[in-house]
Design a protein around this ligand. Structure first.
Ligand code: TYD
Length: 209
């Protein structure tokens, strides 16, 4: 049976990394084979593009940034995601195309429709089966990101930018209500994980039917 494709999204500092590992572990405990991966990244080229974009973001035109994200994504789909899904492995990915809508379109001002063209071009209709958007106030995200490590270039951008990114995710969730589940991630970890657990449980039982 084909594996399922799950993605996790949210503004910087939403707590994605913690929940991602937890999610992959919970799926593993259900006896599923799980591949944990990330974007930008996930392949040798993707990781090189990731370093390049993260280091130079301030000087890149948003169009260039979007094209690099999709270049990395095309490679990731071709070499990692699709083969894993076809072999029955479940793929859990730290960010995917919803991040490009949120960051490059809503955050940096590229027209939404232009991202849609690239999405169609690179994905040819393939979409995640389930996406969690961990929704936090930009202020909460900022505090969490700061306490973890030195901010990278993305993370040091203004709060107004993150507010636009957040709105981009919420717009995307309205457009894809069946696939995207918005989780209130302002509260304590246990509360968030309970919510994730509920959704994952019913998603898994529907998937094996
Ligand atoms: P992130 O996933 O937050 O990793 P870390 O937890 O290691 O900082 O960082 C990746 C950054 O890339 C994040 O700021 C969002 C950005 N990004 C985009 O702008 N567009 C995209 O399409 C993707 C996938 C990520």
């Amino acid at each position: 049976m084909r594996g399922r494709f799950i993605t996790l999204e949210g503004i910087d500092g939403a707590g994605k990394s913690t929940h991602l590992e937890w999610l992959a572990r919970r799926l593993g405990e259900r006896g599923l084979r799980v591949k944990l991966t990330r974007e930008p990244g996930g392949t040798a080229l993707g990781e090189e593009l990731r370093s390049l974009v993260l280091a130079r973001r301030q000087s890149l035109h948003p169009d260039t940034e979007a094209l690099l994200m999709f270049a990395a994504r095309r490679e990731h789909l071709e070499r990692v995601i699709v083969p894993a899904l076809e072999s029955g492995t479940w793929v859990v990915c730290d960010r995917f195309t919803d991040a490009t809508y949120a960051y490059q379109a809503s955050g940096s001002g590229i027209a939404w429709e232009r991202i849609a063209v690239l999405e169609q071009w690179a994905q040819r209709g393939l979409q995640p089966d389930l996406t969690f958007v961990l929704d936090v106030e930009p202020q909460v995200g900022r505090q969490r990101a700061r306490s973890q490590k030195q901010p990278d270039r993305f993370e040091s951008e203004e709060q107004a930018f993150f507010q636009r990114v957040r709105e981009g995710y919420l717009r995307r969730a309205k457009e894809c209500p069946g696939r995207i589940r918005v989780i209130d991630a302002n509260g304590p970890m246990i509360q968030i994980q309970n919510e994730l657990e509920k959704i994952i449980s019913s998603f898994c039982s529907e998937s094996v039917k």
